[in-house]
Design a protein around this ligand. Structure first.
Ligand code: FRU
Length: 495
């Protein structure tokens, strides 16, 4: 049976050792993408948080760097963001290069233990060597706590129209917006969300940004809010709100004005994509909104069967905003840089699925890691069943279930599942949001994960698994019949 290092993803980011949760402080500068992350370097479970650090030239291959931020007298270092302060508004630059400013939450566990409510405050650190080394600001915290227990995860963006910085902060059951001209002094602007969206748990890790609506020329603001628990399939997940931001207030678009507890505006419906936010300082000529999430769920993250390290990030994804007849939708797709790693492939046309059919046979290509792309031209309300299998008897099943009228992932037979009963006791379901006739999907498979982008990323499902052997085959079946017009699978090679 496999264990530990066998499960380590081939390319999804994992820390060499120790615990990881949320992605933090992502920014791009001078050809390098920076990723920081919630990290407990001394244990494989959540504990005193540091910001770990990794860098990449292309968002796909990551290299771990020395730890960026360590706990200090104000507390441990919770989630937050980073911006490049081009105009040196903070005055923390050295006069030559724009400083990079990290804005994060200090968590003072001692005050928490004493029963205080004000143990989370916001602090900043700055780097004058493009993110390599960091100095904490001497007058931290820059935003004190008004006596609220959950007061964290500052995400800062530059608000061009008003020439100021905007901070979104997760505060229990809503988001508070603040503004600042210098990243040091913050003024409260407004609150959003007490009566909107899902409140099955605490709100965490917001992100506010402006998006182009397809190529209509229209622009809309999007607010991502992670919530734990409350996710559509239990535990942690990330919901989103579409509307406008006028420099002070976020207002919902009229199509989602009444968005309540039950809704289908989730960045990802799978169980394993949490606390995701977008990169800052992406050059205008690139223009992408690049997102990454933590590929786990607080229900079982501390118990998954790896030992030297715990948790991986999702693949970096491009978010787009699309207008439909009724509303606006975020779609996700793997960043295009992944294409550079595609090698040996299988291409097949017009595969008729009558009985169970092995589309990828044992040994044809290595499935971990790989990209599988399927196009079925004539979607009907019937079952479409896909299975990854190995000769240890493990099955990871996914597809479309007509009885539920939903996409699904079933990992109940996928290998080691008994470490936590919430891991595989229920299939995960996701609505088919696309109206198109084609059923298309792209699945990205790595040693312990599958990320399925249905219908060009209109519905996304990400889940992890721990098979006793790597999956070797992919087969398809149905209770009816169907035809796969186009099938493509490529191994990914990182050597
Ligand atoms: C989200 C979260 C954040 C917090 C961090 C602590 O997963 O709970 O709200 O800042 O993790 O590690």
């Amino acid at each position: 049976a496999q264990s530990n290092e066998d499960f380590r993803p081939q390319f999804h980011f994992t820390p060499k050792s120790g615990w990881m949760n949320d992605p933090n402080g992502m920014f791009y500068l001078d050809g390098t993408y920076h990723l920081f992350f919630q990290h407990n370097p001394d244990d494989n479970v959540w504990g005193p948080m540091h910001w770990g650090h990794a860098t990449s030239k292309d968002l796909i291959v990551w290299e771990e760097q020395p730890i960026a931020l360590e706990p200090d007298e104000h507390g441990t270092i919770f989630s937050g963001s980073a911006v490049v302060d081009h105009q040196n508004t903070s005055g923390l630059g050295d006069g030559n290069t724009p400083p990079v400013i990290a804005i994060f939450t200090y968590h003072d566990a001692e005050r928490e233990q004493e029963g205080a409510n004000d143990f989370q405050t916001q602090g900043i650190a700055y780097s004058t060597d493009a993110g390599k080394t960091w100095t904490k600001y001497e007058n931290n915290p820059v935003l004190g706590n008004p006596g609220i227990r959950d007061f964290r995860d500052p995400k800062v963006v530059w608000y061009e129209e008003g020439n100021k910085w905007i901070m979104s902060l997760a505060v229990q059951d809503h988001i508070k917006f603040y503004s600042s001209s210098n990243l040091l002094d913050w003024e409260h602007l407004s609150d959003f969300g007490k009566n909107s969206g899902n409140h099955g748990g605490v709100w965490e890790c917001p992100d506010l940004f402006k998006m182009q609506v397809g190529d209509t020329g229209e622009e809309r603001w999007v607010l991502l809010v992670s919530i734990n628990p409350g996710g559509p399939n239990g535990g942690s997940a990330t919901q989103y709100f579409v509307g406008d931001f006028d420099g002070t207030t976020f207002t919902l678009d009229e199509s989602v004005e009444d968005i309540g507890e039950e809704h289908d505006y989730w960045v990802d419906f799978g169980k394993d994509n949490y606390a995701g936010v977008t990169w800052s300082n992406i050059p205008q000529e690139d223009g992408r909104h690049i997102f990454m999430g933590w590929m786990s769920n607080w229900q079982y993250a501390n118990e998954v069967p790896t030992e030297t390290w715990r948790s991986a990030m999702t693949i970096a994804r491009t978010l787009d905003l699309k207008k439909t007849a009724a509303t606006y939708r975020i779609t996700s797709s793997p960043v295009k840089e992944l294409e550079n790693y595609k090698t040996d492939g299988i291409t097949k046309q017009n595969i008729q699925i009558e009985a169970e059919t092995e589309i990828i046979k044992n040994g044809e290509i290595s499935l971990s890691p790989s990209v599988v792309e399927v196009n079925i031209s004539n979607f009907k309300e019937q079952d479409y069943i896909f299975q990854l299998k190995n000769d240890a008897g493990n099955v990871l099943e996914f597809g479309y279930d007509a009885g539920e009228a939903a996409y699904y992932i079933d990992r109940s037979q996928s290998g080691i599942t008994d470490f936590n009963e919430d891991f595989a006791s229920k299939r995960s379901l996701a609505p088919r949001l696309s109206q198109e006739q084609d059923l298309r999907f792209t699945a990205i498979i790595d040693n312990m994960s599958i990320e399925i982008f249905f219908d060009d990323g209109n519905t996304v499902m990400t889940e992890i698994f721990f098979p006793n052997k790597p999956f070797q085959t992919l087969s398809a079946k149905s209770h009816e019949t169907f035809k796969i017009e186009n099938f493509e699978a490529h191994q990914l090679n990182f050597n």
